[in-house]
Design a binder for this molecule. Structure first.
Ligand code: ATP
Ligand code: MG
Length: 650
């Protein structure tokens, strides 16, 4: 094996064929049909995507798809004009969807609210007029710093409607992160709340905004939704209550025709690998990508009750809470608070109470559910579910099996969706009626997506040989640039292999051509001449019945190049003893081989994670190496975790 590839040590061999009953009504009912559509999508991409685009409303229909003549800057549907909010709302008002629930909201305190398409349309029209009144015009940037409330979606849709560029800032970020993003995007208006509910306490969003915008010269106005009722300072002329400004505007608003390439939003990446990048997406291509993937990957049906647990502050919330589902006329459940408030069965109780049919969450959540214990889901009737999904990190096969059994009742297909903020929409995932699933594999590419695994020298890796995951052809929802830093865009994504999009992830293809994402290329460890991805070693640890979560990193070692250090969180009720440590070390040696046996296992209650819930191995790496932790920490969820890990070390 060439030393430039990543060695795969996974022995995962379980396969689950699509169930006949599911396939019978599925949009793509067989592997053959998938292959046929996939082939067509690569052979004649313009034709393929223009046909899908026809489902949607265009003020001027596009006549061409991709223009790649200015690579790495793609345009899609460039001669078309459309409006994404029109497609999410107005388009549905003529028929039976008019009075269908668009958003079913449950607040953390238990309050409930339903907005039909007609009602949501009305609110978005009013808020569009509010933005206009505050002087926001086409192309202006608007920052949205809110919790998970329907008004966050309303604000996003209103921006999209008038052609303002929104940048949603996750409500869990502190004032400094808000300030930096607002300044980077040069936002004119900030939309926020008095506070947001989180585990029964109030997160003071407006107070954070006040501190942030003391240092953001571009901000002229804020709009503040009253949610928690806590006291906030309102500066006359600058700060406006949502309910006040809404009252003063008409409910009619005509959606303007916008160019397909009109900028839609800027969204900062999670910051797992370093300083977040301000990813810019545009209107037409993103709309078509989000629309098509939602429909096919979730096999969406008219009467589904769809629940994506992501936050609107992340790309998953943009594409799969707001734009994709609403463009499809779906009913979305939206939940405001923490999954363990007031109890650790909140999520299962909601699935039961709303008869949720499609449930889309993240591996970090699934690992928490495993840790909290099986009795929570077992208390509830989850038989309404027909499809499960995951996104955000490689999922450990044992967590996948738990999800399948405890939540899916061994009945629901699981779509493991691989994609990035940069890709705008799902890139690889099983289509649930057509493609077999394997625990830990995102299986095969979506239509129009041409992924490859390359060696360092640009040649294609062989079966089961790990390498660098790239996407060879442009796709409609791809990012257009990094906001304000086009040079970084070209450098980060298109310089490793000129003209080809480099994802930053490592992957392998198995004998069936299925893709397995092996983690970040930056996280690959080099032990005694073996280059290993961290995900597989972590999965071996998580396969042990005592372990809930694990992160593996390398530290410099004179003999081996790097020695492995594993950070391990045990399941509820398990004691992290020296004996367990020895057992786990042997377990890895048995599962993978002696060379992969960690030099050290450190038990910890918590792993450092991004605010989107992803393990930050780069910080653990610095910690394990004994050095100072210096990397960008602005996206770290909980600073105290590092201090704790350091203290455990002494
Ligand atoms: P940053 O780019 O700032 O380091 P980030 O990459 O975590 O942050 P996101 O765009 O939120 O920001 O995450 C995309 C990444 O998440 C992918 O590159 C991949 O590493 C990981 N990922 C997402 N979904 C999956 C999945 N289904 N399987 C494996 N990995 C996944
Ligand atoms: Mg990334």
């Amino acid at each position: 094996m060439s030393h430039s590839s990543i060695e795969s040590v996974s022995r995962e061999a379980r396969v689950f064929a699509p169930q006949e009953e599911f396939a019978r009504t599925a949009r793509v009912p067989s592997r053959e049909r998938y292959e046929e559509m996939y082939r067509r999508s690569l052979e004649s991409p313009d034709e393929f995507w223009l046909e899908i685009a026809k489902d949607l409303h265009w003020f001027r229909a596009p006549t061409k798809g991709l223009d790649w003549s200015n690579a790495p800057h793609a345009t899609w549907f460039a001669d078309g004009t459309t409006n994404l909010a029109y497609n999410c709302l107005d388009r549905h008002l003529d028929g039976a969807r008019r009075n269908k629930a668009a958003i079913i909201f449950e607040g953390e305190p238990g309050d409930q609210r339903t907005l039909t398409y007609q009602q949501l349309h009305r609110e978005v029209c009013r808020f569009s007029n509010v933005l206009g009144k505050l002087g926001v015009t086409k192309g202006d940037r608007v920052a949205i710093y809110m919790g998970m409330v329907p008004e966050a979606a309303i604000a996003m849709l209103a921006c999209a409607r008038i052609g303002a560029v929104h940048t949603v800032i996750f409500g869990g970020f502190a004032a400094e992160a808000v300030r930096d993003r607002v300044n980077d995007a040069q936002a004119k208006v900030v939309i926020t709340q008095d506070g947001a509910w989180r585990r029964g306490t109030v997160v003071p969003l407006k107070e954070n905004v006040d501190r942030a915008i003391a240092e953001t010269p571009t901000v002229k106005h804020t709009v503040v939704l009253k949610r928690t009722g806590n006291e906030v300072a309102m500066e006359a002329g600058r700060d406006h209550w949502w309910h006040d400004v809404l009252e003063a505007v008409p409910a009619k608003h005509e959606a303007p025709a916008l160019d397909a390439e009109h900028p839609l939003f800027i969204l900062y990446t999670s910051g797992t690998t370093g300083k977040p990048k301000g990813v810019l997406h545009t209107t037409g291509g993103y709309m078509v990508g989000a629309y098509a993937t939602t429909q096919y990957v979730f096999d969406l049906k008219e009467n589904d009750t769809y629940w994506c647990t992501a936050d609107v502050g992340w790309v998953t919330g943009h594409s799969y809470i707001v734009y994709g589902p609403l463009a499809n006329g779906a009913t979305c459940l939206m939940y405001e608070g923490a999954p363990n408030h007031p109890d650790q069965d909140r999520v299962w109780s909601m699935i039961e109470r709303y008869s949720v049919t499609i449930f889309y969450t993240a591996p970090t959540a699934i690992r928490a559910f495993v840790k909290w214990g099986d009795h929570h889901p077992m208390k509830h009737d989850l038989t309404s579910l027909r499809l499960l999904g995951t996104v955000g990190e490689p999922i450990n096969p044992e967590a996948w099996m738990w999800y399948r059994k405890l939540i899916g009742g061994e009945r629901c297909p699981i779509v493991d969706t691989w994609w990035q903020t940069e890709t705008g929409a799902i890139m690889m995932s099983p289509l649930p009626g057509a493609i077999a699933t394997k625990p830990g594999s995102c299986t095969l590419p979506f239509f129009g997506v041409a992924p490859k695994v390359l060696r360092e020298d640009g040649t294609e890796a062989g079966p089961n040989e790990g390498g660098l995951l790239v996407i060879e052809k442009p796709w409609p929802s791809m990012m257009r640039t990094i906001w304000g830093d086009d040079a970084r865009f070209a450098e980060t994504y298109f310089s490793r292999f000129p003209g080809i999009y480099f994802t930053g992830d490592g992957a392998r293809r198995d004998d069936d051509g299925f893709f397995w994402v092996m983690g970040r290329v930056d996280d690959v460890v080099n032990v005694s001449g073996h280059r290993l991805g961290t995900a597989e070693i972590e999965s071996a640890l998580v396969a042990h019945r005592s372990v809930a979560e694990a992160a593996v990193v390398g530290r410099p070692d004179a003999m081996k190049g790097q020695a492995l250090v594993a950070f391990v969180t045990v399941k509820g009720g398990v004691q992290p003893t020296a004996e367990l440590r020895a057992v786990l070390l042997d377990h890895v040696a048995n599962e993978i081989g002696k060379f992969a046996r960690p030099d050290d296992i450190r038990f910890t209650d918590m792993l450092p994670k991004t605010r989107s819930g992803k393990i930050m191995r780069r910080l653990l790496k610095e910690l394990a190496g004994g050095g100072e932790v210096k990397g960008d920490m602005t996206t770290l969820e909980d600073l105290s975790v590092l201090a704790k890990l350091r203290a455990d070390d002494e």
